[in-house]
Design a protein around this ligand. Structure first.
Ligand code: DX5
Ligand code: ZN
Length: 212
């Protein structure tokens, strides 16, 4: 079953409550919450406090994507506001095992994100600790970038290491979603295409593809 996530980065923050209500109505399965620290990526976004606010208008799953240099420090801040999933990047040096254990103890699902240029061999020693992989299909930092299709070559390699849910993030629209689905990815995250669509319900449905 294809699941669709909406990236909060593309939402109209001035009308966040209406935006979230509308995205739920459009059939979005989960909210993707992008955290950027200005070091790991050249942009700054949201901290943990806004998750509490979001929860007042969003009743479905929230998935926090940490694009930060120091998950060791940042993860506990987000554990407190209890999202459904939290991912951080394989490109940062951190004790993955310890952090995953911490999350699981709190009932939060840990995921590992991987940037387009990063060889997925780097996941090998650590993938055992994680419950999903977030394949980045743009270089993180900004919404609205073009989909990098070569990242789809990672799917088979990752599945061989561990059969776990795969998420794809960056440049997902109707046509890149077809490629991602064909490659075997079941969780599609979309910002600009979905959240800025005139008809979000239609956009969400187009990402899921034809009904089977
Ligand atoms: C990129 C973020 C993505 C982004 C997706 O740094 O991690 O989640 O918001 O937005 P689009 O779909 O516009 O690429
Ligand atoms: Zn993201």
């Amino acid at each position: 079953m294809i699941k669709v996530g909406a990236s909060i980065l593309s939402a109209d923050l001035l009308h966040l409550q209406d935006e979230l209500t509308d995205l739920e109505k459009a059939g979005v399965d989960f909210l993707h919450y992008d955290v950027m620290d200005g070091h790991f990526v050249p942009n700054l976004t949201f901290g943990p406090n806004l998750v509490k606010t979001v929860k007042q208008a969003w009743s479905r799953q929230i998935d926090v994507h940490l694009m930060v240099d120091n998950p060791q420090q940042v993860v506990p801040w987000f554990v407190e506001v209890k999202p459904f999933r939290i991912s951080w990047h394989i490109e940062v040096k951190v004790n993955h095992q310890e952090l995953c254990q911490k999350l699981k103890k709190e009932g939060i699902i840990p995921g590992i994100a991987i940037n387009p240029p990063t060889d997925c061999e780097q996941l090998k020693p650590f993938i055992q600790y994680f419950d999903y992989v977030l394949i980045m299909s743009v270089n993180p930092g900004f919404g609205g970038q073009k989909f990098i299709s070569s990242v789809l070559e990672k799917v088979a390699k990752i599945k061989k290491m561990k059969d776990l849910p795969l998420y794809i993030d960056g440049g997902i629209n109707q046509s890149s979603a077809v490629l991602a689905r064909q490659a075997g990815i079941e969780n599609l995250i979309s910002g600009s295409y979905l959240v800025k669509a005139g008809n979000r319900k239609k956009a969400c449905q187009s990402l899921r593809g034809p009904l089977k």
